[in-house]
Design a protein around this ligand. Structure first.
Ligand SMILES: [Zn+2]
Ligand SMILES: [Zn+2]
Length: 299
């Protein structure tokens, strides 16, 4: 298990280094993610996950009716390890010149008990982003950064749930735009070699589920005239941006069939940040906002 885990991390870091070479302008953001991913991997073996016993019949029924396997309000993720992870991430990010002053402010707010990490994690899991905004404004903290760090800290715990429950997901009967494990929205998509179908990756628990190709996962629009995708000559057909004219959101899709190297979708997604910039300029919003905000922070 341990070996597998370090192999996985090695693969991610190797991919980051390859993309950094091809796209030197994205070096900074790739390094930022590298630090976070490394800390997330370190904490994984220490995460304690409560057992959830799901009856096979109940699971089937839930899948059919469009209810995710877990209700995030009802679970008890390992808050201790999330707090440790948050602090560890802050420790490494403090070395990054641009971001250090913001991290310092967050650390101070924790020490002064102005912010309570457990409370923040709990609210985030419940989907209450307004709370973080409120608390960040009150303490003069960067809302997006605080949200992102908190999300990154609970992610490994949510991934542990997905790992435990993935066997109950029926890929043939779900077909929803939200995650069958936890109900969150997709972060990105991929087109696979084996089935030629689209898979979506959950923004909270990283589970990947099958989804129709010509449907917007965010608003359900399935009118092919109102859905299109674009790519750039420089990046090639492998990296595309699927946009919806109905809700004006987009999702980045990596066409694995076009690539003969082993990719790490998360890394390749960050490595094609310029596509997000184009999409935003054209008036579309990323379904689950994220990396562009990071880029803006450095300005
Ligand atoms: Zn999920
Ligand atoms: Zn849409």
């Amino acid at each position: 298990m341990k070996k597998k885990r370090s192999e996985e991390l090695g693969k991610i870091i190797k991919r980051i280094d390859v993309i950094k070479k091809n796209r030197p302008s994205h070096k900074e953001i790739l390094d930022f993610f590298k630090y976070i991913i490394r800390e997330q991997h370190k904490i994984k073996p220490l995460i304690k996950t409560e057992r959830i016993d799901i009856n096979e019949e109940t699971a089937k029924k839930q899948m059919k009716e469009g209810f995710p396997l877990i209700d995030k309000k009802d679970i008890n993720p390992d808050m201790d390890s999330a707090v440790t992870l948050f602090k560890n991430i802050c420790k490494v990010l403090q070395r990054k010149e641009k971001i250090a002053p913001e991290i310092k402010k967050i650390n101070q707010a924790i020490r002064n008990k102005e912010i309570d990490l457990r409370e923040i994690f709990g609210r985030l899991i419940e989907g209450d982003k307004g709370y973080i905004e409120f608390i960040a404004n009150k303490s003069g903290l960067h809302t997006w950064l605080l949200t992102f760090l908190a999300e990154s800290s609970i992610k490994p715990s949510l991934e542990a749930y997905a790992d435990m429950l993935k066997g109950h997901v029926d890929q043939e009967s779900w077909w929803k735009g939200y995650c069958p494990v936890c109900g969150s929205q997709p972060e990105r998509g991929e087109l696979r070699i084996d089935v030629g179908e689209r898979f979506l990756e959950c923004s909270s628990c990283s589970f990947k589920w099958r989804f129709k190709r010509v449907v917007c996962p965010f608003c359900g629009n399935d009118d092919s005239k109102k859905l299109r995708f674009f790519n750039t000559e420089a990046d090639g057909k492998a990296y595309r941006v699927d946009v919806c004219e109905e809700c004006k959101k987009y999702i980045k899709t990596i066409d694995l069939r076009e690539l003969n190297v082993e990719v790490v979708p998360l890394v390749d997604d960050i490595g094609t940040l310029h596509l997000d910039i184009i999409a935003e300029k054209e008036g579309y919003k990323r379904g689950v906002p994220g990396i562009l905000e990071m880029e803006k922070m450095g300005e």
